[in-house]
Design a binder for this molecule. Sequence first.
Ligand code: GLC
Ligand code: CA
Length: 546
Amino acid sequence: MQSHWFKNAVIYCLEVDVFNDSNGDGIGDFVGLRQGLSYLAGLGVSCLWLLPFFKSPDRDDGYDVMDYLSVDPVLGDLGDFAAFMDEARDRGIRVIIDLVVNHTSNRHPWFQRARRKDPKYHDYYVWRSDPPGDTSKEVAFPGKEKSVWQYDKLAKAYYFHRFYHYQPDLNTANPAVREEIKKILGFWAALGVSGFRVDAAPFVISAKGANVEKQPHESFEFLNEFREFLRWKTGDAILLAEANVPPEQLTDFFGPEGTRMNMLLNFYVNPHLFLAIAQKSPEPILRSLRALPQIPASCQWAYFLRNHDELDLSRLAEPEREDCLRAFAPKKEMQLYGRGIRRRLAPMFNGDLAQTLLGYSIIFTIPGTPVFWFGDEIGMGEDLSLEERNSVRTPMQWSNERNAGFSTAPKEQLRRPVVSKGRFSYRKVNVRDLRREPQSLLNCLERMIRTRKEYPEFGTGSYRILETDRPKVIFAHACEDDGGHAVLAAHNLSDKPETVTVHLWKDSFDHFAYLFEEREDERISDGKIHLKLPGHGYSWLRLAPR
Ligand code: GLC
Ligand code: CA
């Protein structure tokens, strides 16, 4: 059955302008990305998520869109996009793209007309004429903006912006705006994309403007509307939402019948996973998994470790946040917006391979779809001299050649500098070198991806947390499908080796097989399994029925 392809996908998120530059102008492009597909196919990636690549003044790295139906000319043209899509399809790789419709760039023609009071476009945005008062607590990026209202001289009114002042919010309550959104969905669906990552979904559907108190708070039916539209356009395209809201509010984004978002990026388990590693205890992971709502059978979580933004710790309690900062971002310059960490994965773990793999193993085995941030599969580092979240958006490190093999342009022309100092320099951390090392992070992850795909139970089976005799350090769980196929994963959160007895939930298993270790199968007696795990080690097992 081909349905629900996203449940067993391996998603790889990347930014075209820093991935691979084909023409030596210092900026990655679609031709370069097409050339990079063989690497991604070899790694086992089955779905790419492209960050915004549309025409944009690029003040928020493309999240300020000027023309939704275009490719930014520096990245190529629609022909290059189509050729890339074609080759991705040949290699069995689906493509999803960012849908950034909470706001536009202030240079978008819609906004330019709106501020001149064009009757058609004025209501595409959200205005007020009286001074707004203090709204500093409502801004998305504390410290960078002071208000969610900005005065516009031409309109002689204030416009609403949840994010930066150059990103006026679209008035999604206006049916004409929702028609524009559907036009965008239809356009890219016609060009073959398999779905959209819905940027800032809670804000897209929230009531906006001066009199929000008087309006209903959220309009979830907009999500039904978009999903319905997409379903008619293409059978299996998905909506993957960014919805960083408390767990009890997540259900509404899937919808009670699963008719809204197909997948949600799980921003709740994410910080708890890092807390668990910081505290060397599975307790935060278990707590966060248990707090999640049951989701409709047709829906799925998307799990990630790091992404293109800050690691948001605001869902943790103050002392927990401090534990994470102490462990992973001890310097002020590593922190951002008073709530997060602007570092890449590998340096957060001081380049420790075991901890990095432990993190990946957890997001590969808990019920959901794993999502990579490009470069994290080779353990790239960050550049803290770059502003805000750009620290984790430096170019892909392909080799130890000039500019990490990313571009032949003179260094000063690169879109962003390549990491060239310290232990994460491209001279040491690059695809070509890691590929030749059998036990490198890259090769371990390639095996992990292959194994995850061979055992779809991890993505679709019903899962249960298992009891062990070492509950303070071991996280063990199992996933079982309707046909009785079962897999088990055990994770050691402590940095010391552990011996553990895991209790199975039924005694109908005969033996188990190790999926990674070179070890013989073992018999199962009295419904228990005994394992030895190194510090920060993990084990995946296949349980064979009698
Ligand atoms: C989302 C994106 C972020 C962007 C913001 C505004 O949070 O992940 O990168 O800055 O939306 O579009
Ligand atoms: Ca280029």
